[in-house]
Design a protein around this ligand. Structure first.
Ligand code: CAO
Length: 416
């Protein structure tokens, strides 16, 4: 079965996580993604946090599957010549170098357009063009702080906190993938390429939209009724950290289950949703609250939220997180166990759906990765191992028209 992006050739000039996450997604859906790496070392993540000697690290293998690897020293004239040929024959170039690196290499956006007017050039930077921090190099947590996520995550009496989810890196890559596909649609109509740029700060902020909502409500009202600070504590003029409060008008909290004293993940997330109040009371054996004016409306419950949570935790105290969810699901109460990475890795449903995939690798043995989170009715997404460094160098060079002899010369000159 042909895959939707077959025939699209992508120069993958990306490294670490933000760019590779984007190009990996496009490779899964059929694009020919050629990862350009520095000879000898390659993407820095090949070496970062290795757990098997001389084998690429999981950091690399989990972000670069289904790609081909071409080693190229783009600081040599031969390397620049190869890249020039590649640009002329490709549809998309994706990069996430530090600010100005591509210009210094001699491949500014103007030069790329001269070489190939149909080229879509997609870039990740820490901050957008013209931003007062545009010169900064940026990693994941830097972006989470600059994008508003850290100041609004964690508990009110603790410091700003970053999320374990890669809001700065992989999230920016996903935004970039949407931008590339949009530009490809446009190119189908006009024949012209364009530059697509996503800053990590902007991509984080896009996910913090509801916190900007809250800032404006706070400015207008002076309080935020769904935050744990309300009504017993005061608010300043900035959106506070709300711990595990539900963000969308449905009160909720992470609640202790049986065994929480020795298992740091014996918790469930429980939503005290308005329409589910009656079933919640029935589930926890507090039927008298159903018609009690002190409890029966969301407004009446507001100042007793933590007493209600303590009551629910009492009910949970002899149930594991899985037993509790199995009971609560029958009452249509939105909830889930707090799952560990070990539990996720072993989850049968995630394996069956192709979200957790076991991949064979020539040097690493078998490893787990996260497969396509997007499911298609007409396409099965096969996850293939990431390439070894330079595995496809000769293959790509000969596709570009280089003779076997010239390829040997390029190797001898250490240009590839
Ligand atoms: N051949 C020769 N040189 C190469 C090359 C190749 N194949 N690939 C890269 N280089 C060179 C670049 O030309 C650049 O050289 P100069 O600085 O001398 O012009 C050099 O490698 C360094 O590139 P860099 O600035 O991208 O790398 P860094 O390790 O210093 O910074 C990072 C890394 C991620 C902080 C920076 O790339 C960045 O800010 N990127 C944008 C934001 C981003 O994507 N961050 C997310 C990363 S995931 O957490």
């Amino acid at each position: 079965m042909s895959r939707p992006l077959e025939g699209i050739k992508i120069i993958d000039f990306t490294h670490v996580q933000a760019g590779p996450a984007c190009t990996q997604l496009l490779a899964w859906y059929g694009a020919d993604v050629i990862k350009v790496e520095r000879p000898g070392s390659g993407d820095v993540t090949r070496n970062q946090l290795r757990h098997v000697k001389d084998a690429d690290a999981l950091y690399f293998t989990m972000l670069n599957s289904n790609k081909r690897s071409l080693t190229l020293d783009t600081k040599t004239q031969d390397g620049k010549d190869v890249l020039t040929k590649l640009i002329k024959e490709s549809d998309v170039l994706v990069e996430n170098f530090g600010p100005g690196a591509l210009d210094r290499m001699g491949f500014s956006w103007e030069r790329i357009q001269e070489l190939n007017p149909g080229m879509i050039m997609a870039s990740v930077k820490g901050f957008s063009d013209g931003h007062h921090y545009e010169d900064l190099k940026v990693y994941e947590n830097v972006a989470q702080c600059a994008g508003g996520a850290a100041s609004t995550t964690g508990f009110w009496d603790g410091p700003p906190t970053v999320s374990g989810a890669a809001l700065g890196d992989s999230n920016t890559g996903m935004h970039l993938a949407i931008g590339i596909l949009t530009a490809l649609m446009q190119k189908g109509k006009t024949g012209k390429g364009q530059k697509v740029a996503v800053s990590m700060q902007d991509a984080v902020l896009n996910l913090c939209r509801v916190k900007l909502r809250d800032q404006q409500r706070l400015d207008a009202l002076g309080y935020l009724e769904e935050y744990p600070q309300y009504p017993h504590h005061s608010f300043s003029d900035v959106v506070p950290r709300g711990g595990n409060a539900g963000g969308g008008g449905q009160p909720g909290w992470v609640m202790k289950c049986h065994g929480w004293e020795h298992d740091p993940n014996a918790y469930i997330y429980f939503t005290i949703q308005g329409h589910a109040w009656e079933p919640i009371c029935r589930a926890i054996g507090r039927e008298e609250w159903i018609n009690d004016p002190a409890y029966m409306t969301a407004a009446a419950r507001q100042d007793k939220l933590f007493d209600i949570i303590t009551e629910i935790e009492g009910w949970l105290s002899d149930k594991t997180k899985f037993e509790a969810v199995d009971i609560l699901r029958k009452y249509d109460i939105p909830c889930a166990p707090v799952l560990t990475m070990k539990e996720i890795a072993e989850d049968e449903s995630l394996r069956k759906s192709g979200t957790i995939v076991e991949v064979p690798h020539p040097k690493l043995g078998k490893y787990l990765t996260v497969g396509s989170p997007i499911k298609f009715s007409d396409m099965k997404v096969d996850i293939k191992p990431s390439p070894l460094l330079g595995e496809h160098t000769d293959e790509v060079l000969s596709e570009l028209g280089y003779s076997a002899e010239k390829i040997k010369e390029l190797h001898a000159a250490k240009a590839v």
